[in-house]
Design a protein around this ligand. Structure first.
Ligand code: PEP
Ligand code: MG
Length: 889
């Protein structure tokens, strides 16, 4: 049997892997291989596959046979290319060890640099570099990183030793320390490691290497990585690869540098090279946000008001080379790239390329520009945008005319406006947000430990860090507005205060930030609605051309209907009439109706509601003219409309002219042990037909009135909720038809209309073939259908579903994303059975799932005619429907 290939080499203009092998080599490994094959300057190295990671975890953390030998062989090949040997005391090969999963998980897992240094090889590094200080500095960095990542000796131990050393010797900055200082510190660091772990710091480079490989695989299961995976829907089973690569040094003098760049602006999408670098610095220094980086281009320097020289000025040759690499990578990958590079002694090395994370605004700009540049097709552009990310564009921005008191400026790291209470820690951000507060997380800088707080916050501010700092990258990925590097803010997280100028802010104070301009303002500032024109409109037009599934909205107020129509809704899929019953001007009559003892009494009260309902529907029909409007007859149990507190009870009793005892009596009578499964939905229509009669009359009278105004045809679709038995629908359908005939006769005019039902109960789905005999359409009410299929109360599930998700019992909250296996099977079965009776049965979905991209794709595959979702999700559903079509499912 041929041996499994566990290790893939790259470098020297060749590679065993390719960009398409991301699943096996991880994103980083696959792209290093690709760049190598393209002939770009990539330090040689090798990738240990994700299959090794999975095998390692499947076999109680042991490696499959052959891995070790293949690593040795790859190491040898690397030595050949570089011309130095691993562990050689005179000319040592040093390596970096990094993780690299299929999807990029910035900052989530561990990295070790300068591996291969020990008491002997450090002498070799001095000989080769001719720089003793650099060699000892590298060695102490290696000890710090390795001890932290592999040996579990925390960073702060080394920081403390360093601080003490500086104090004792009257030194302030790291750059004040010379070779002798670092040399002494290396001795102290090693002693600390021995003290903490009980063993000396490992000197054998091979032990070091395997220690680091083990640590990278272990980091796949750490808490940060788990959280990130959960937030981004990355399955644990993907595993991570490990990349071992020859070190190049950006910290070997002033002709060395390290940097990160985007081939286009990741915030706005502008076609401009965009990045930052640090001279004489190593690896993570840029991302860590410890020093303020310099811009690559003069334009960037200007845009960011930087005083520091741009690379274009100080390293013009390297910049030119890098700019060429940028063009080549974009042409090759046909997408915006996020790259990492190092310059060693004036020579450029590429360390990474990947498709860059970007804001929704940038994603649109880039997709539209790339179509115009003939790099991609409109269909590809449609597939490039994450539907859920459109949310970022659909929300208000700061009113430009509103007064604003700017207290500080930072970098415009992630666009959008946010107001909220200042908080200083991720945990408090999470806690306050869970209690419903809007919070702005303010940190000196963020780290991967803060990710849950960043997610919970409505906005993020950091005092340090550039446009590619952790805060900036993560905020953009999450769509959170962010201002980074606001150096004027003195954030004191010990005392929970921010000092800025004369001002002292504390936890709970309200600030507003504009991530598009970098401004931070005092107090809360009014916002304006977004305009959906330009790139957005263009992309939506491309999306609409490719989708089959129609998109309607769930709305009942004229304002919501208008927003939805502006967002491209093609009708209303659910108008919940009970929301209209709660309006202050009619709740009195509604309660009067509930309190009435007789049908006659109820009819009297309903007659008062009729004109108001008619007015509601008239306004909706006007806005939606030419489009179908599905109106659901009354659904909730009647006691929901009764007052609760004693004072309110008395008020209602007085208004209705009945003693308060009667109200109590009625409330007791209407009380149910399990109202969600009680006297609601069509059961109300059966018990109190006069309610549904009034509603049907209001609908038909409104439709005829609007039609008489000369508007385009209105198509009411009258929907009966919570049907479980065909007989229920038959009775209520006959009622609606009778009222229609009455109104048509009175008005001397007719409108086209449909009568259908919601499928919200498993019995209705199972008996769909029978029920379809009385229905013109079905609309799957997947909120209730999820509740009734799981036997899971939608009002109480929040208390424990979180635990279910954490423990992996469910992947996603089934009230948010359709449980396709279970509830979905009922939807598919109900559709199929319904259509077996009526081939032209119109099918839609109006539960919350109608705006969830994964559920939209499911509805497309299942052959539904439309989805209906809340107004702000209409564009998301349009795009998700187009992507589902393009996937050809
Ligand atoms: C449903 O049950 O899915 C539905 C849309 O109705 P409601 O949420 O009003 O119960
Ligand atoms: Mg329902």
């Amino acid at each position: 049997m041929p041996q499994t290939k566990w290790v893939y080499t790259f470098g020297n203009g060749a590679a065993e892997g390719r960009a398409e092998m991301k699943n096996l080599l991880g994103g980083k490994g696959a792209n290093l291989a690709e760049m190598s094959s393209l002939g770009l300057p990539v330090p040689p190295g090798f990738t240990i596959t994700t299959e090794v990671c999975n095998a390692y975890y499947d076999n109680e953390k042991t490696y499959p046979e052959g891995v070790s030998a293949q690593v040795d062989e790859a190491l040898k090949a690397m030595e050949g290319v570089v011309g130095s040997r691993f562990g050689d005391a005179s000319n040592p090969l040093l390596v970096s060890v990094r993780s690299g999963a299929r999807a990029s998980m910035p900052g989530m897992m561990d990295t070790v640099l300068n591996l291969g240094l020990n008491d002997e090889t450090v002498a070799g590094l001095i000989a080769v570099s001719g720089d003793e200080r650099f060699a000892y500095d590298s060695y102490r960095r290696f000890i710090t990183m390795y001890s932290d990542v592999v040996l579990g000796v925390d960073h702060f131990h080394f920081e403390d030793i360093l601080d003490l050393y500086k104090e004792d010797n009257g030194l302030i900055l790291d750059t004040d320390l010379g070779a002798e200082d670092w040399k002494k510190l290396v001795v102290e660091y090693k002693a600390k490691v021995e003290e903490e772990t009980g063993s000396p710091f490992p000197q054998d480079p091979r032990d070091q290497l395997w220690g680091a490989i083990n640590a990278v695989f272990a980091s796949w299961m750490n808490q940060r990585a788990e959280t990130y995976r959960k937030l981004h829907d990355i399955p644990r089973s993907w595993g991570t690869a490990v990349n071992v690569q020859a070190m190049v040094f950006g910290n070997r003098g002033d002709d060395c540098a390290t940097g990160v760049a985007f081939t286009r602006n990741p915030s706005t999408g502008e076609k401009a090279f965009y990045g930052e670098f640090l001279i004489n610095a190593q690896g993570e220094d840029v991302v860590a946000g410890i020093r303020t980086p310099q811009n690559l281009t003069l334009k960037g320097k200007e845009d960011n008001n930087s005083d520091l020289p741009a690379m274009e000025e100080v390293m013009p040759e390297v910049f030119k080379q890098l700019d060429e690499v940028r063009t080549r990578l974009e042409k090759h990958y046909r997408d915006m790239q996020d790259i990492e590079f190092t310059v060693q002694a004036g020579q450029l090395y590429m360390l990474q390329t990947r498709n860059g994370k970007r804001t929704a605004q940038a994603a649109l700009q880039i997709a539209v520009d790339m179509v115009e540049e003939d790099l991609i097709t409109p269909e590809e552009a449609v597939q490039r945008i994450e539907p859920a990310s459109l949310d970022q564009l659909l929300h208000p921005t700061l009113d430009p005319d509103a007064e604003r008191k700017v207290i500080a400026r930072g970098l415009p790291a992630s666009p959008g406006a946010a107001s909220g209470e200042i908080v200083f820690t991720a945990d408090i951000a999470e806690k306050k947000a869970a209690a419903g507060a809007s919070v702005i997380l303010c940190r000196l800088e963020t780290s991967p430990e803060d990710i849950h707080g960043m997610h919970a916050a409505t906005g993020i501010v950091t005092a340090r860090g550039g446009m590619t700092s952790h805060a900036a990258v993560v905020a953009r990925g999450m769509g959170r507005p962010c201002v980074s590097g606001a150096g004027e803010l003195r954030i004191d997280s010990k005392h929970n205060t921010i000092m800025v100028g004369e001002l002292t802010l504390k936890e709970g104070d309200i600030i507003t930030l504009d991530g598009g301009t970098g401004e931070i303002m005092l107090g809360s500032i009014p916002t304006i609605e977004p305009e959906l024109t330009g790139n957005f409109a263009k992309l939506m037009e491309w999306a609409d051309k490719t989708r089959r599934l129609r998109v309607r909205t769930n709305a009942e107020t004229p304002a919501d209907c208008q927003v939805a129509r502006n967002f491209g809704a093609e009708g209303i899929g659910l108008c919940r009439t009970e929301h209209m019953f709660f309006d202050a001007d009619r709740i009195v009559a509604v309660r009067e109706m509930i309190l009435a003892d007789s049908e006659e009494g109820r009819r009297k009260a309903l007659a008062k509601i009729l004109p108001m309902q008619r007015q509601d529907f008239t306004e909706i029909f006007r806005i939606m003219s030419g489009l179908p409007v599905t109106i659901r007859l009354l659904d909730p149990p009647l006691h929901e409309f009764l007052p609760h507190g004693d004072a309110e009870m008395q008020e209602v009793a007085d208004a209705a002219g009945v003693p308060v005892s009667k109200l109590h009596e009625r409330a007791v009578k209407l009380a149910e042990a399990n109202p969600m499964l009680g006297h609601r939905g069509c059961r109300l229509g059966i018990s109190y037909p006069e309610i549904y009669e009034m509603q049907a009359r209001a609908i038909f009278e409104a439709a005829i009135a609007v039609q008489k105004e000369g508007k385009d045809q209105v198509e009411p679709e009258i929907m009966i909720p919570l049907v479980g038995l065909r007989k229920e629908l038959e009775i209520l359908r006959a009622l609606v038809e009778r009222v229609a005939d009455e109104v048509f006769a009175e008005q001397g005019a007719r409108v086209k209309y449909l009568v259908g039902t919601m499928i919200e109960l498993p019995r209705a789905a199972l008996r769909a073939a029978d029920i379809a005999g009385s229905a013109d359409f079905f609309s799957f009410g997947t909120n209730d259908l999820t509740q009734t299929t799981f036997g899971l109360s939608r009002d109480d599930a929040g208390a424990f579903l979180g635990t279910y998700e954490q423990r992996g019992i469910i992947e996603k909250d089934p009230f948010v994303s359709l449980d396709q296996d279970g509830v979905g099977e009922l939807v598919a079965l109900g559709s199929e059975r319904g259509r077996s009776t009526r081939a032209d049965l119109k099918l839609g979905i109006c539960g919350e799932h109608g705006g969830d991209p994964a559920s939209v794709a499911f509805c497309h595959r299942t052959g539904l005619d439309y989805v209906s979702c809340s107004p702000f999700r209409v564009p998301i559903a349009r795009l998700a429907a187009a992507q589902a079509s393009l996937k050809g499912e």
